[in-house]
Ligand binder design. Structure first.
Ligand SMILES: Nc1ncnc2c1ncn2[C@@H]1O[C@H](COP(=O)(O)OP(=O)(O)OP(=O)(O)O)[C@@H](O)[C@H]1O
Ligand SMILES: [Mg+2]
Length: 380
């Protein structure tokens, strides 16, 4: 019964379809050099454990977001013993454009058509990628920080200014925490400066709060339908928890005033959007405490499907889709149904160790890449 109503065709027109035509890697993870052409529809990357399948899809992800999904340290992406790495790809939607991410020990550079883009926020809204990792449902039981990271990444794809707001907020937060400690040590220092920092913090915080709330409301409008197309019944609702919820700026500032002594004693900012969290409810119960592993997987998959819709609606393009280690997450039947759902319009990258578990008809229409000994060979 699984997924059989999930065959929702995305009727995208020519210019709305995003394709990664080629990728070129130099000294990326275990690869000295890779050059590949990709199929417009389905690309299957197979090979044994540890050969570098996830590394290849990670490169596609870095080309889009400029950051990895499995390491906060960009330098980890540089091949052992080398000084820099370059990821280069040709993206086609209305026109063909060349994108590059270059990481060296000194930092990161991004280029579009060979022009350096100085603001990352001008770069990362261009290529939209939706990624599903095999154990992504662990997000429900991990830290609020990892859930904030998930929504931060997704909103920054949709709203160009979001990263700027986040950077400004974090800068003020750091200053405010520093000044709180200063005030504590130097008791007669002025509180006026703290009040200025509080004002600024709340200004930026509200901008972030509004975009987060808007994003979660939009996802909530569609996520249950997506979930039901996977497992027939069940309502999913994402509960956005924030100190700013249902409050005006003035009310928030009053909270800071009231808790001034406590913040002083703790030496840090105790309220604000840096404590936000999202809770996934399945039929009104917290999925992290009630949900089975399968329900959690379906919920995260529904979230990703909802994001595809949102990108289509807000940006008028269909994103690229990466399904890493597909069979470790789902059984054969579900995989078949998912692939039916994906349809020809979404360019998809699937990694697997078990090529023989994929349908022959499907293999016939896909490009297949074998990953072995730090090389990738296009087999067909
Ligand atoms: N910076 C680096 N330089 C060189 N090699 C690296 C670097 N980072 C990771 N590797 C190597 O990449 C390999 C892991 O690749 P990857 O995670 O893509 O494998 P995989 O094919 O996805 O495996 P699995 O099927 O287990 O998921 C490891 O052998 C690791 O040593
Ligand atoms: Mg892998």
């Amino acid at each position: 019964m699984y997924l059989n109503t999930m065959i929702i065709k995305y009727n995208a027109k020519e210019g709305q379809i995003m394709k990664l035509n080629t990728i070129k890697l130099i000294n990326f993870r275990n690869y000295p050099k890779v050059e590949l052409n990709f199929n417009n529809h389905l690309n299957i990357i197979y090979g044994n454990n540890g050969e570098g399948k996830t590394n290849l899809v990670e490169a596609i992800y870095v080309l889009s977001i400029t950051k990895s999904f499995r390491s906060n340290d960009d330098k980890m992406l540089i091949k052992d013993g080398e000084l820099s790495t370059k990821i280069e790809g040709e993206i086609e939607n209305d026109t063909k454009n060349n994108y590059q991410v270059i990481i060296s020990k000194d930092g990161k550079k991004v280029k579009i058509n060979n022009n350096i883009i100085s603001k990352l926020s001008d770069y990362i809204t261009k290529i939209n990628v939706i990624l599903l990792l095999p154990d992504e449902q662990t997000i429900f039981t991990s830290s609020p920080q990892s859930r904030r990271k998930l929504i931060n990444i997704e909103i920054s794809k949709l709203e160009k200014e979001y990263i700027v707001y986040l950077n400004n907020y974090n800068k003020i937060l750091k200053q405010r925490n520093f000044y709180l400690r200063d005030l504590y040590i130097n008791g007669n220092a002025s509180k006026d400066y703290l009040d200025i920092l509080t004002q600024k913090l709340v200004e930026w915080g509200f901008k972030i709060f509004n975009l987060r709330e808007k994003f979660i409301n939009s996802i909530n409008e569609i996520i249950s339908k997506k979930y039901q197309s996977i497992c027939h019944d069940g309502e999913i609702f994402i509960n956005y928890r924030s100190d700013y919820k249902n409050k005006s700026k003035e009310e928030i500032i009053k909270i800071y005033d009231k808790n001034y002594k406590r913040e002083l004693a703790m030496g840090k900012t105790l309220y604000g959007i840096h404590h936000d969290d999202i809770i996934f409810l399945l039929d009104n119960k917290d999925i992290s405490e009630w949900g089975s592993n399968g329900q959690k997987k379906n919920a995260i998959f529904a979230f990703k499907l909802a994001e595809i819709d949102l990108i289509m609606k807000e940006k008028n393009t269909l994103p690229l889709l990466i399904l890493d280690d597909l069979f470790s997450a789902l059984d054969n039947e579900k995989v078949k149904n998912i692939i039916n759902l994906l349809n020809d319009n979404i360019q998809t990258f699937i990694t697997t160790t078990e090529l023989d578990r994929l349908d022959e008809k499907l293999l016939a229409t896909s490009s297949i890449y074998k990953v072995e000994r730090n090389e990738i060979r296009e087999e067909k």
